[in-house]
Design a protein around this ligand. Structure first.
Ligand code: C5P
Length: 402
């Protein structure tokens, strides 16, 4: 019973699915958890605090102050630090927006901002609301700063419409928490260095050479590493992604040389390095001080090779370090992956082919094949969400280390 004695804050928001919070509290209490319910004002229109207080065997909290005359108040900082996990279920569109934007005018949002434990949101709303870009943006923002989302499910909705928007079933929510507490912190004590994203090589003050890398794969690898207990240095080229986690130190860089310098500085202390960045292989020999004018029919740019970060650090590799590179190829993929293993002195190469639909740069999914020094027989995986791919990569690295 991984949830036994765990301290869980259950945030309940204004949604018809709030009635399911009663089942959720019941299940969590049955598993031996200590459950502190915090309701938003709107949630109380859907289910009474008395129901949830009785089931959780604790007073339900909602306001900062429980008694204005005596000055008794509910200390959001203490509550945030008390919790082993925060589960916000159902999470309404309104609360998702407040959480994503750092608003904190009620107890639940203030506790969220004060917490250091993992936070889950389980959205519930009508299908059009759920699909609205504003809501999806908020969900993505919450994910990007390290929160977890339990996706809404497909089915009949209170509005009479049918589609995705139903709160995940309480059993599923409890299983998610259980799995989290059961997880072995298999990378605890490990220092991980990750490069991610593209680089930009300036041509003049307004132009640069770059590529279509989104950084999603590298960021997913970083998040999965901290999930498993590692401390991560993420050296990232320019991306639109945000990441914030107490165990991730982000170094934002622009050029290949800057990425090289930042990675080199952290390499000695790294136990594992994952080179997921799409580093520009060439950079303009000279950055023009002024914008290049459109004068001639032909313009020749002179390019010079950038440092190969994986190879430079591969040459310095200690026997106790594990180095993982990526290969994005259009032809002779496996052969190229094995060449990279040797040439760059890597332990593992993750191959993603541009020929596989849904795999590669800006997709949310990826399809990989892995080869390693210990096992050159390729291990192929199915097309998956990059978060799941990150798990496969870490499982492979952990098996390799044994
Ligand atoms: O040689 P190629 O670019 O195909 O190798 C890809 C692998 O090498 C990736 O792991 C990438 O992050 C790394 N790399 C690097 N520095 C470069 C070029 C590639 O670290 N300049």
């Amino acid at each position: 019973m991984p949830i036994r004695n765990k301290k869980i804050i259950l945030g309940v928001c204004g949604s018809i699915a709030a009635y399911k919070a009663a089942f959720l509290v019941r299940l969590l209490v049955k598993e031996g958890a200590e459950v502190q319910v915090i309701m938003t004002q709107a949630a109380q229109d859907f289910i009474t605090p008395l129901t949830l207080a009785t089931l959780s065997k604790r007073p339900v909290l909602s306001e900062f102050s429980s008694n204005l005359t005596t000055g008794q108040w509910n200390n959001h900082v203490d509550l945030g630090l008390w919790a082993d996990a925060i589960m916000i279920a159902p999470a309404s569109a309104h609360t998702l927006s407040k959480l994503a934007n750092g608003h904190c005018h009620d107890l639940l949002t203030a506790v969220y901002l004060s917490a250091r434990c993992p936070v889950w949101v389980a959205p519930a709303m009508d299908l059009d609301m759920y699909q609205h870009p504003s809501v999806q943006n908020n969900i993505n923002t919450l994910k990007s700063v390290g929160n977890y989302v339990i996706d809404a499910e497909d089915g009949e909705l209170a509005s009479g419409l049918s589609g995705v928007g139903r709160l995940a079933e309480p059993e599923h929510i409890v299983t998610t928490l259980s799995e989290h507490f059961q997880k072995r912190l298999s990378l605890e004590g490990k220092q991980v260095l990750i490069t991610a994203g593209p680089t930009q090589e300036p041509i003049d003050p307004v132009r640069y050479l770059t590529n279509a890398s989104s950084g999603k794969m590298g960021y997913a690898i970083a998040l999965e590493a901290v999930e498993r207990g590692a401390t991560v240095t993420l050296v990232s080229g320019p991306t639109s992604l945000q990441i914030s986690h107490p165990q991730i130190e982000v170094h934002s860089v622009t050029t290949a040389q800057e990425m090289m310098d930042a990675a080199d500085e952290k390499f000695q202390q790294a136990d594992i390095a994952v080179f997921a960045a799409a580093v520009s292989d060439y950079a303009p020999a000279k950055k023009e001080d002024q914008k290049i004018k459109k004068k001639t029919n032909k313009l020749t740019l002179s390019l010079v090779k950038t440092p190969d970060i994986a190879q430079t650090l591969g040459n310095k590799k200690r026997p106790d370090q594990v180095l993982v590179g990526f290969a994005l190829e259009t032809h002779n993929e496996l052969e190229q992956a094995n060449v990279k293993l040797e040439k760059k002195n890597l332990d593992i190469v993750v191959l993603n082919s541009l020929n596989d639909p849904g795999a590669g740069f800006s997709y949310d999914t990826n399809q990989i094949t892995i080869v390693s020094r210990k096992d050159t027989t390729p291990k192929s995986y199915l097309l998956k969400d990059k978060k799941e791919v990150a798990k496969d990569i870490w499982n492979y690295i952990e098996d390799y280390e044994v």
